[in-house]
Design a protein around this ligand. Structure first.
Ligand SMILES: NC(=O)c1ccc[n+]([C@@H]2O[C@H](COP(=O)([O-])OP(=O)(O)OC[C@H]3O[C@@H](n4cnc5c(N)ncnc54)[C@H](O)[C@@H]3O)[C@@H](O)[C@H]2O)c1
Length: 257
């Protein structure tokens, strides 16, 4: 056959599948929810914020979006969220996106910044994966956790964030080891600077934005959709032999000088 520039491979489809996405109200979580709905999945979004914008964006797409108001640090809410996903008849993929970042010097980095980071960024993905595991074992499904470049490199005044993001990468490997024999894969993505409501305060002036751009090999900031692309790849059969892995989505920020 003659080589062709045209894309001949179909894009991964999630038609008939159920995908649970936390943090789906905005930013990276919303982009993930929309991506899976574009590709046919029923997406169950869990967030403590209103998710109506995500629902509106998903309306008319091949898949569907169901909104569940949930604080992922509340074990009862996590149980209800997973149950709601399972009520669709199956759970194929869990995407743990909900996260917080707190910037605070060590001296005052206790209580709220530390405890809350552990609860949202590490304990919640653990609990959600644990609750969803029986369903994922049935479907041979996948977990995708959202870490950060700060899971791999240090940053001043962000002890809680750096520690919990490194922790969620460890959790990803633990899940891969324990669930692998049932065909369940667990992977993580580690984004660099992505333009979302979370990063607005860090890029409020042009000089700061320029500094962040300059640090990445690609000399630009990332879009939530560029993270969603890697998340959906890791959830798809295209990644059928990939597990326990963390994929940087950072424009070369962490690995290129
Ligand atoms: N934006 C970036 O540059 C960047 C870089 C690396 C990693 N990340 C990670 O990506 C994920 C998403 O980040 P984002 O930039 O889209 O942030 P965001 O703040 O725009 O969105 C985070 C979402 O998580 C939800 N959330 C937070 N705590 C919650 C809780 N207790 N219960 C339920 N929902 C909760 C929020 O309501 C929000 O909708 C986070 O885990 C973050 O650490 C982001």
């Amino acid at each position: 056959m003659e080589p062709t520039d045209e894309r001949t491979e179909p894009e991964p489809t999630f038609a008939g599948e159920t995908v649970l996405v936390t943090g789906a109200a905005r930013g990276i979580g919303r982009a993930c929810a929309v991506r899976f709905a574009e590709r046919g999945a029923t997406v169950v979004g869990g967030d403590r914020l209103d998710q109506s914008e995500t629902a509106a964006t998903c309306a008319g797409l091949p898949g569907a979006f169901e909104s569940v108001t949930a604080d992922v640090t509340d074990p009862a809410a996590v149980e209800a969220l997973v149950e709601r996903a399972a009520d669709t008849g199956r759970v194929d993929t869990v995407v743990n996106v909900a996260g917080i970042v707190a910037r605070e010097p060590l001296a005052t980095h206790d209580g709220e910044p530390w405890e809350r980071s552990v609860a949202v960024n590490l304990t919640a993905p653990f609990r959600i994966a644990r609750e969803a595991a029986p369903h994922l074992r049935t479907t041979g499904g996948a977990v995708v956790n959202v870490s950060s470049i700060y899971g791999q490199i240090g940053a001043a005044e962000r002890a809680g964030y750096v520690s919990t993001k490194a922790g969620v990468e460890g959790l990803t490997r633990a899940l891969a080891a324990e669930l692998g024999e049932d065909g369940v894969r667990a992977n993580a993505v580690a984004p660099g600077f992505i333009e979302t409501p979370m990063t607005e305060p860090y890029a409020e002036d042009d000089a700061a934005r320029e500094r962040f751009r300059e640090r990445a090999a690609l000399k630009r900031l990332g879009d939530p959709e560029e993270v969603a692309s890697v998340v959906s790849f890791l959830a798809s059969d295209d990644a059928s032999f990939v597990t326990g892995e963390t994929v940087l989505v950072d424009g070369g920020r962490a690995t290129v000088e």
